[in-house]
Design a protein around this ligand. Structure first.
Ligand code: FRU
Length: 460
């Protein structure tokens, strides 16, 4: 699997579709896989919802969104891809927006597809890079944001409006890359959150920008205000969404209780090929996160429902780490653990502290904090990847009165890190064998920590 698609409520449950190649553990002709949940943790599998069987989507049903129509039917909006080989052997991809309507299980493609094609594009918009419609309903209208490559070859986010989700009108270009943050912008999502408007974007060909944005396929959050009259987005803050190695193509929904919940593909285009032979899956999703705005930043925390799956609490207070420490009860590959690191007085400030997880002595991953630089480094060099790929990420963090809080969720082959109650998040795939489950702490200098750890349990 790759991108999450159509992440939205439908008839009281939450549906999730995803980019899916049913025949192999690699990217191929894109279908839409389908699952649903009541609590964002336990998922029920449903039959694949879309297959590429029409001329306009013969080369793939690419990413898109879903919405419950006012008459109760479920509408999927996706990008149909049709490739044409040119005389010189190169391939031109033609991308149009299509819909399918169904009942939550079975879907039928609309006979008038595509509903948005090249004729709807603003001047200079490329019909070869025009994809990933995210649809929502507001009042009695439907809206959709779609990624497009503009005349300067870089990304634009286009906004469309419709009365019936079938007949669409181009409204405006919400924001443009102008080759500042990568080139093509894909998988957009636009929503209001805590009095601000937020635009999530997946950016291709991003240059490295400090420790905020890594090169290649990156993710970005624009916080500001969408002015409906001027029809443009006023940016106030630009930040990465996730500082890890594996996070792309996020999508959000508005939950029935008003929470804005985000899911994303926990993988990275550059490294999807790199996996051990005995791993029989490729692609996974992050644990859904609740979003809020705090101190002008996007704040992300695992959905609160995960707490219903906690058991076996272990609590430690004021543990002095000095050299290397292991603690009774602190281990596991399916855990929710918060480590609070206290400041020491300046005279004997520790140099660094490391938390080793998924460790069997041979394979391990560590999270390191250095108070002098105020950075977190996650190093998964020894976590089972069979190729010489990038395995280390470092990013700046704030301490609050010298205290740093790290919440670590391990879910078998993944590590998700939440810093200071969600002020930053970082996601990583680990291919470390599942029985590598030891956790230990080490430091240079003396440092005091607290630990609260739970095992997570879902009986399948
Ligand atoms: C992003 C993406 C989308 C596209 C899909 C194809 O990861 O490239 O732009 O719709 O994946 O699978």
């Amino acid at each position: 699997m790759n991108d999450p698609n159509g992440f939205a409520p439908y008839k009281g449950e939450y549906h999730l579709f995803f980019q899916y190649y049913p025949y192999d553990t690699k990217w191929g002709l894109m279908h839409w896989g389908h699952v649903k949940t009541k609590d964002f943790v336990r998922w029920e599998r449903l039959p694949a919802a879309l297959a590429p069987d029409k001329n306009y989507d013969r080369d793939g049903c690419f990413s898109g969104g879903a919405v419950e129509l006012s008459d109760g039917r479920h509408l999927l909006m996706y990008t149909g891809v049709r490739n044409v080989r040119k005389r010189n052997g190169k391939i031109d991809s033609f991308q149009t927006q299509c819909i399918a309507i169904g009942d939550g299980v079975d879907y039928e493609k609309y006979e008038g597809n595509p509903v948005i094609d090249a004729g709807y594009l603003p001047e200079g918009g490329s019909e070869h890079d025009f994809r990933d419609p995210k649809i929502w309903r507001e009042g009695d209208k439907y809206y959709s944001v779609i990624g497009n490559r503009g005349f300067d070859k870089s990304g634009n986010i286009l906004l469309f409006e419709s009365e019936d989700a079938i007949n669409w009108e181009y409204i405006t270009t919400v924001d443009s890359c102008n080759r500042q943050y990568g080139e093509m912008w894909e998988c957009p999502d636009l929503f209001s959150l805590d009095g601000k408007d937020v635009l999530l974007i997946s950016t291709m060909e991003m240059p490295a920008i400090g420790l905020e944005f890594h090169p290649g396929n990156a993710n970005m959050c624009l916080i500001g205000h969408y002015d409906q009259y001027a029809k443009r987005f006023e940016r106030e803050k630009v930040q990465a969404i996730d500082y890890g190695l594996d996070f792309y193509a996020p999508q959000t929904l508005l939950a029935n209780d008003g929470r804005r919940v985000m899911i994303a593909w926990m993988q990275n285009w550059e490294t999807t090929f790199s996996k051990p032979r005995d791993i029989s899956f490729v692609g996974q999703m992050i644990l859904p996160r609740e979003l809020s705005i705090s101190g002008g930043r996007l704040c992300q925390n695992p959905v609160r429902e995960i707490e219903n799956y906690r058991k076996d609490r272990f609590d430690y207070h004021n543990v002095m780490v000095c050299g290397s420490e292991s603690l009774y009860g602190i281990s596991g590959r399916y855990i929710d653990m918060t480590v609070t690191i206290h400041p020491s007085n300046e005279k004997d400030m520790y140099e660094w502290i490391r938390i080793y997880v998924a460790n069997d002595g041979d394979k391990y991953t560590y999270i390191r904090f250095r108070p002098d630089k105020s950075t977190i480094k996650v190093d998964r060099t020894h976590s089972g990847f069979p190729h010489d790929i990038v395995n280390v990420r470092e990013f700046p963090v704030d301490t609050i009165d010298g205290v740093l809080k790290l919440r670590i969720i391990l879910d078998r082959y993944s590590l998700e890190l939440f810093v200071n109650d969600g002020m930053q998040a970082a996601s990583f795939i680990l291919y470390t064998p599942i029985d590598a489950s030891a956790i230990s702490f080490s430091s240079k200098g003396n440092v005091l920590i607290d630990i609260e750890k739970y095992e997570l349990e879902i009986d399948d």
